[in-house]
Every structure is written in C-alpha cells, then in structure tokens.
Ligand binder design. Sequence first.
Ligand code: AMP
Length: 504
Amino acid sequence: MTNPLYDALFAPQAGQDRPFMTLPGGDQLSAAGFHDMLARFANALRALGVGPGERVAVQASKSPQMLAVYGAAVATGAVFLPLNSAYTPDELEYFITDCGAKLLLVDPARRAALAPLADKLGVRLESLGSEGSFDALADSLPTRVTPEPRSDDDLTALLYTSGTTGRSKGAMLSQRNLLSNAEALTDLWRFTSDDMLLHALPIFHTHGLFVASNVVLLSRAQMIFLTKFDLDQVFSFLPKATTMMGVPTFYTRLLGDARLGRDTVGHMRLFVSGSAPLLAETHLAWSERTGHAILERYGMTETNMLTSNPYDGARRPGTVGPPLPGVSLRIAAPETGVELPQGETGMIEVRGPNVFQGYWQMPEKTAAEFRSDGYFMTGDLGMIDDQGYVNLVGRAKDLIITGGYNVYPKEVELVLDDMPGVLESAVIGLPHPDFGEAVVAVLVPDRATPDLGAIDAALYDKLAGFKQPKAYIVLPELPRNTMGKVQKAALRNDYAAYFKETTQ
Ligand code: AMP
C-alpha cells in the first residue's frame, strides 16, 4: 500500500536541489531543504505519539514550517487542522475540544499564554518556528521518513468552515478529495515546473493551502511565499512571478496603485481570483490596465474547487465558468432537490471525488446537507447560462423574501454598483413589520456622498418595485473577513432593529 497524496505532492524526486520557495527577505528554500524539514517534523510527530487519524491543530503565522507540518501530517497519516490566526483563546477552546486534537502548535510568542488552556484541555502544546520547541525536538531527528500507508478515503485534513451563523463545522477532507482537485487544477491552469506562483494568501484556508500550495507542490513549481498581501512586497516580487492567485481585494488594491501597468505584469501568464465575487467592473478594469483577463473560479472548503473559467477560451466577467472535469454540478429546486431546466436559478448541488466526507462528529448535520443520490447542497444559489457557465447569485441564506417575493441580492447590487457615487454595495433583508423582510441597500460611497434620492429615482425603471430598497445605509466600508467575503450576517445583526426603530 502507498500514500498517494504524499507520493504526488511531497515525495523527493530527481533534481531536489531546485529552489522551491522564495521567502519575503529574499532567502530561498530548496525542495530538498523543505523535504528535510518535513521529514524531521514527521519523525517528531511520531516521537510525540501522534498516530494516524489523530489531529494536529496549528494556529501559527504563515511560514515554511507550517506548510511542512501539513506535509508531515500527510506522511504520517495524522490529520492536519489549520486554524485562522485571528481566533481568540475562547474560540481555540471550542475547536480543540471539538476536534480532540492530540497536539497544538502555536507561535513561540503565544506559547506561555496558552499553556494553561492546553493543560485544561489535555492537549500537548509545542511552538513552531525557528525558535520553536517543536523545531528543536525535530532538529535531532532523521531527514528521512517512511510514509504511512494510506488509502484514498483516509482522512487527511479537517478545516473548520468560517461559519458566520451558528457553530463552525469541521469539514473532513480525504486524500482523494485533495489529490483529485490538485490534479484537475494543475491540468486546467497548465501549471508546470517552470512556474513561479506569487503566494500572498493565508494557509489556514482552502484557497492558500490547497488550491495554491497543492498545485505548486504537484507541478513541482516554485512559489514566492509572502506572509501577507503587502503592496510594496507584491510589486517587488511580481517581476519574478509567472502566476498569482488572489481574492478580489488583492486585485482592487493593485488597481488602486499607480505602479500597476502593462510593464509590471506583461511577463505573467495567469491571474486567478476566487473566494468572493470578483465584480465584472474589476475584471474589465484589470483587462484594460494590464491586458490580462483574470480567471475566476469558484469553490468552498467542503468541496474544494468546483468551477473555473477556461484557460483557453472566454473568461467571462461576472461568471465562475463551467464545472471542473470530474465534478457533477446541477441546479436544483432548494425544497425538493429536483433538477431545474437550464437557465433557471436554484441551489447549486455537486458530486464528485472532490466533495468532502462530512462534518466532524455531526452526522445529522451532514445527512441534512446531502441529497439521497449523493449530491451536496452547497448553500449557494446560481444558474447555468446557455454557454454552460455558472453564474452565482449569492448564498441561499442571504436570499431576501419580501412580501412573499424572492429577491436575489446580487441582482440589486449589480444595478446599485453602477450608480454614480457608489463604490460598492451589499443588499440585505431586514425584519420588517409589513413585508416580513425588507430590501435594504448598504452603500459605500465612491468619493462624494451619493445622492440617495437620485439613486432611488433611477432604480424606478430598472428594478421591479418589490426589489427596490426600502432603505439605504451609507457606510465607509463593508465588513469583510480575511478572505474578502462581505459579512452579511454581521450587517443583518447590526441593523436588525432598523425598521422597529424607524417606524416607531
Ligand atoms: P469558503 O468555504 O470559506 O471557501 O467559502 C466558500 C464560499 O465562498 C462559497 O460557498 C461561495 O459562497 C463563496 N465563493 C467562493 N468563490 C467565489 C466566487 N468566485 N464568487 C463568489 N463567491 C464565491
């Protein structure tokens, strides 16, 4: 028996002295150097008694060490569990208790503060990084590792969903889930050992960890591994890169900088965007300024990537492209799961080797989100257009039902975004005494304060009456999480009493 994911992504190959990572200070780490670290870490996991199937939780700064822990977990069959670095000790307590981690790795600077919590939870605590206790333990161990035999369905990683409402759920990802997706993306996006990816995403999330890193590891490409998205650093490393993957805010921030032009990115071969909607306007502005069409793709923690605009062929702004090879995707009536005719909007449901194995220790929640024929309900609403491209209209839980009518926020947002004085918008439903929910537009002004009366009047012949906002709220910016997703649940929460207050 072999260990398919280890063999494909991490096993040493000929030419191991090739560079693998360029670090922010300019230092390079070779493929051999990375593998030595990974092997020592794998031996350290074994020395600490972390067996196959046991969880290794990591809440640490982005570093080669953190990626090597992922590789070490794959090698030993342990389950890698990265945690958002912004989580507080209280949140950490929930995750560690829920997953029953055997080992928790943190930054050296946080070790002392977290020691009492680790004692209370009975989890072994070590620190990770050049001054870390885990690294010190690993230092004296061999740089060779015999990988644990694993099968396709063995659990490899547990990633907690961002969970804007309710408890965060642990998505169980198997070897096959990760490998099938890495293979599909590498092939579709034409990654080869000649590539150099500019990697400025966090690695506690599926985008930076699996999409970006797995594709680089599988294709034996190189990456510039930046700890965060910093414009000066990005501009200084762009000349060396061939590709970049980012969330939409990377692209809007780059567009806001005078240094971006055809000369800066002329040599690049691919820009990929995902994790949140890329406005068609941003796509067009980017093409005009740089000559590159950003390739937008769509996926989620539970399913890995699901669709992608093509490498060759039209990358259509405002769409996320056709399903990836191997992924079955249908649009179904949310209540019944019956497939809808092409062109209709409904729940996006998916099946394939990429789809996770369920939520950790939540069999009922898992069962509730799968149809009896094995399709997973993504919770995203969308439609497939006449060219087979998926168009997303938002999360099902963001759908507004006002006076019995369905309003898809994206339809209203697209109209609002085009209005003079509006930089961007978020349309939400707020509790309303007459309508059940009322459509409310949250606007971020461009420069001057937008003329709300003029906007309201302009909507008159653009949108049916029930879709027109009943109120406007102007904010300096929209609340977003680290992946650039607008936090509509937070907005609904902040303004929950809006119509109570204004109608009394
Ligand atoms: P996460 O599990 O944190 O990756 O979040 C997954 C969710 O992000 C999906 O269910 C979508 O709602 C959203 N998402 C991902 N990619 C895109 C995209 N290209 N456009 C719009 N929303 C996206």
